[in-house]
Ligand binder design. Structure first.
Ligand SMILES: C[S@@+](CC[C@H](N)C(=O)[O-])C[C@H]1O[C@@H](n2cnc3c(N)ncnc32)[C@H](O)[C@@H]1O
Length: 372
């Protein structure tokens, strides 16, 4: 997939004819390792500005494919939802919006993910769930959106339209459900799960009452993750109905500490029903610490349940990856060594303009029991 990415903050200047916006941006991959260069050398872009009233200029949005302005929707990335739209079949460019406060561009771009399809229980209106994610304008790993998170979030939202599909990937069997995300970055996967949990539970006929989602990453991710939690909370406050309570939190968790069982107070406080992670397995050097952290979370769960070493304690992990190199296969040997079972639940081809085929793989891992 490609992304509109600003190279420096946008500018708004007054001129005789009105306001002039200057945007310097690339259209690049999640890794930023190649730029979009269509064979015929042209691509249609839509640039729009909205004056929200209070500021000299409101948000400006740039987008590469003609979806509704400023958002990427589930139907833009999942091959079975794209249908016959030839433009989308060729690939997608994720739009970005830039906000001006008192005429100055904030140092972040805002991506909107439209997750508004899916099961709505008794309510037949197809509610929209548009989640916004801030990311840095400059280069960074922890402060950007990555393909696997986008596609997996779209997949989970879409799966809510089928009880079997959502039960197969996000089984909710109790009134409470607790999710911990490792390497959460800007929080796209964990916040999407927080947003769709009520729908996911309703589709499974489960009366969910309390849910907790804990995003974790290195310290450098914290600021963006907390901003995105605040954005998600205000969206979900409008969307949540009934007496379901969804708590979303952030806590730093490095895998070098995690593998030793050294968790912060929030991560340590709960026997997690599900651990999730996306695009965290590309760096082979950090795989031992990552798998060690998964195993340490399993041991912590055994302790919580006062069943240390008891094989009846089960841990479940949802792992999404866009394989980038064959060396990443080392993950599976480490998982086997630490008695994790794994299976691919879904492989989703990525729409990508003019470049090699890529795929997002979604795995379920299980320890202490069988994964069906
Ligand atoms: C490619 S990004 C993916 C971010 C996010 N999961 C997503 O899909 O958008 C990898 C993430 O793993 C985190 N990470 C890398 N090494 C880590 C470590 N040793 N401990 C904790 N997090 C780590 C990075 O900070 C980064 O946020």
């Amino acid at each position: 997939m490609h992304y509109i990415r600003l190279l420096r903050p946008a500018k708004i200047q007054s001129s005789a004819g009105g306001l002039v916006a200057s945007l310097l941006f690339t259209i690049t991959t999640d890794l930023g390792d190649s730029f979009l260069c269509p064979e015929d050398g042209s691509i249609d872009l839509v640039v729009a500005a909205e004056d929200t009233g209070a500021d000299p200029a409101g948000p400006a949005a740039v987008q590469g494919t003609p979806t509704s302005l400023g958002a990427l929707h589930v139907g833009d990335v999942l091959p079975w939802r794209i249908g016959t739209d030839e433009t989308l079949r060729m690939g997608v460019v994720m739009p970005a919006a830039f906000e001006f406060i008192a005429g100055v561009c904030a140092p972040v771009s805002v991506r909107t993910l439209g997750l508004g399809t899916g099961y709505t229980g008794e309510d037949t209106s197809d509610k929209t769930l548009d989640l916004q994610f801030e990311e840095d304008i400059g280069e960074s790993i922890a402060r950007h959106i990555w393909d696997a998170g986008v596609v997996t979030s779209a997949y989970l939202a879409d799966a809510c339209s089928s009880p079997e599909s959502i039960r197969g990937i996000l089984p909710i069997e109790k009134e409470s459900f607790n999710v911990l995300e490792l390497g959460s970055g800007v929080g796209i996967l964990g916040l999407t799960i927080a947003g769709i949990l009520p729908k996911a539970a309703a589709a499974q006929g489960q009366a969910l009452k309390n849910a907790r989602v804990l995003l974790t990453d290195l310290e450098e991710a914290e600021e963006r993750a907390r901003s995105n939690i605040a954005r998600a909370e205000s969206t979900l406050a409008r969307d949540l109905t009934g007496d379901i309570s969804v708590t979303i939190e952030y806590e730093s968790l490095g895998w070098d500490e995690g593998r030793e069982g050294r968790f912060g107070s929030l991560a340590a406080a709960t026997p997690w029903d599900l651990v999730v992670l996306s695009d965290c397995t590309y760096n082979v050097d950090s795989l031992p610490a990552l798998v060690g952290t998964l195993s340490a979370l399993h041991t912590a769960k055994e302790r919580h349940l006062d069943l240390e070493g008891n094989s009846s304690v089960k841990s479940a992990v949802l792992l999404a990856t866009k394989p980038r190199h064959s060396s990443e296969e080392a993950l599976f040997e480490l998982l086997r060594d630490q008695s994790w079972a794994y299976k691919v639940v879904k492989e989703i081809p990525l729409p990508k303009i003019g470049e090699d085929d890529e795929v997002v793989q979604i795995y379920l891992l299980g320890k202490g029991g069988h994964i069906d």
